[in-house]
Design a protein. Sequence first.
Length: 466
Amino acid sequence: MSEPIVGELKKGRVVGVQGPIVDVKFEKVEDMPDLHEVIMVKTFDKRDLTLEVAEHLEGSVARCIALSSTLNLQRNAVATSTGDVLRVPVGEALFGRIINVMGQPIDGKGPINATETRPIHKDVTKLRVNVASLSENKREVMETGIKMIDLLYPVVKGSKTGILGGAGCGKSVVIQELIHNVAQEHDGCSVFAGIGERIREGNELYFEFEREGILKKVIMAFGQMDEPPGARFEVAKTGITQAEWLQEQGKNVLLFMDNVFRFVQAGSEISTLMGRVPSETGYQPTLSSEVGDLHERIKTGSGGSISAFEAVYVPADDLTDPAVVAIFSYLDSVLVLSRDRAQLGLYPAVDPLNSSSSNMDVAVVGPRHFGIAQEVVRMLTKYDELRRIVAVIGIDELSRSDRLVYERARKLQNYLTQPCFVAESYTGRKGQYVPTEVTVNDCSRIIEGAYDDRDEREFYMIGRLP
């Protein structure tokens, strides 16, 4: 959805199509559109196709990325430069609606009555961060109601949290549960960007939100698996543009991106199709700059903040994958989902020994919470060591002190599981929201031995302790 400038529009013609990459030739160099400028062209079946300039070639040729299918696009078709970058509608009218990368509604509910549009591209070197606001927000903890996250990896306003895991480890469920809890308990507003994920997931997400009554608090932008790489790549910026507008209105916004790896993957596809030589690891040579440009826009400004939750697919469960490492450096908290824990039924399957958070600080959570969290990690670390020994010699051969730690750690491990609201139809268990103070107190009592006479199975998939 681009707003053309007044004046003579420059026209070219299509001279080459390679899948989603389209070459448009202009008569004169002066007619060449700028990078990121939008070019419109009609296909043989009278469909409007939006192209975005990605590169300038010799001979006054603009190499473009198509944001929708290039099916039925003919050679020598007339292409018209709009003189502007891609713009999407913003405003309150988008709550409860689903848009595509171009800001067009795709939910069958008719046009969006928005009066304002914003460009999806920004020069990150010109962004300004309100340092005073950042300092203030850094100490404001946002309760999620998920025991594992609130206890060990607290979320603060304006931070970026990554949820990393391989296929089937539960990244999308954790993201959906966070949206549900924040909308229900904090009356917050959220933006959800679906980047290259399954169409089924987007469909289920929409109807889940509608059923829970939180759809009116969420703006959704989708560029799903069946769309060209240009749409999957740019839809992340469409989502961020929505979050930026809400932040400017003084709101504390939650931005959910599922899945940031698909953003990198789409960039890699585009890079290959454009003929760029890949890096040694096979990814695009512009990997770092693309990931950086995306994350630098997620900032805290005056009046409001953007708190980001990013699902990151980990190829082959390899945390050293270059795409995952590039995303790592921009995150304040990293929640690593473990396939081993998922197979044991320990949901959410967050691995407490591989995950980390820079927000776990005495100045942020207070000395009591910090001390108990450290003791929980210490006991779970010791349990991981003892588990291997027990597998060989049995629990009866442990010393009394080691056996106490082992049994209490098993109770802690089970207690940190939790039934999710968004997974009720799968598990048959009613979802539970647990305040942070309750979680801290319950863990303290388990550590101190108040429940030594209770069976560990009583702690599995519950909310608070009786």
